[in-house]
Design a protein around this ligand. Structure first.
Ligand code: C5P
Length: 237
């Protein structure tokens, strides 16, 4: 599979065409950003750590019956994925209160959420990714009812797999974000799953082990990502 021209360069990943229209190459860069790109840095080893982490989690989700775009890891920084037509929404599941939920509703950080909270956000950087609901999605045509139902069902099915995976590594999966797209008429999980797009706390100390370490200047960001990976069985190169 040969890498062809650049399709898109995001804040942390670049996407390349290949010589086959059904496949793309994701390149995980060392760049990181937060607060809608207002805070930026390059963190050594981040690209390769997230590439391996994502490959491991995507394989676990596939094994649990959740269809994903992930095909295989190609190099330290690159993975081959299916070429999805992405839906412009983000799906967030929350098992504990944190982040924007705490700011929005004034609830206590760390509060257990039963049942887990599900939220949609519109992928729109200039608007700051506003929260939206099913009604907005249908009216503006960002997805149809079947796609909405499938995104919710797959995101919550993934939650059961991921909560158990991280809990076995003595971590709490606080919340996470998934994105979906269409491939040959089927709705499939796309993008990535890494500590950049979720919150993970140590079960005993409640120490933050995810991108909040970067957002809040807590230091040892990539060391924490690697520790999370080791605890769930990722064997880093
Ligand atoms: O900021 P907020 O609390 O709404 O984020 C919820 C979860 O979704 C967090 O784990 C965060 O890292 C993730 N997220 C993301 N990309 C975004 C927005 C949120 O990965 N654009």
């Amino acid at each position: 599979m040969n890498k062809a021209e650049l399709l898109y360069s995001g804040k942390a990943k670049s996407v390349y065409y290949t010589d086959q229209p059904d496949y793309l190459i994701l390149e995980f860069r060392d760049d990181t950003s937060a607060f809608d790109g207002k805070k930026k840095a390059a963190l050594a080893r981040k690209g390769q750590v997230n590439n391996q982490f994502n490959a491991f989690v995507m394989e676990k989700l596939t094994a649990a019956g959740i269809p994903t775009h992930f095909e295989r890891r190609l190099s330290a920084h690159e993975s081959l994925v299916k070429n999805l037509t992405m839906l412009p929404v983000e799906c967030v599941v929350r098992n504990r209160a944190a982040g924007s939920l705490v700011r929005r509703l004034g609830v206590k950080e760390g509060q257990t959420l039963t049942p887990p909270v599900f939220e949609f956000f519109l992928k729109d950087d200039p608007l700051g990714d506003p929260m939206i609901n099913d009604s907005h999605i249908l009216t503006f045509g960002w997805a149809n009812q079947g796609q909405i139902d499938q995104m919710k069902a797959l995101t919550l099915a993934a939650n059961r797999v991921l909560v158990d995976l991280f809990s076995a590594g003595n971590m709490i999966l606080v919340d996470y974000k998934l994105e979906f797209g269409m491939f040959k008429g089927e709705l499939i999980l796309g993008d990535e799953f890494s500590p950049d797009g979720c919150r993970l706390w140590d079960s005993e100390t409640l120490e933050k082990m995810d991108k909040d370490r970067f957002r809040q200047d807590l230091g040892n960001v990539i060391e924490a990502y690697e520790e999370v990976g080791r605890r769930i069985g990722v064997q880093f190169d």
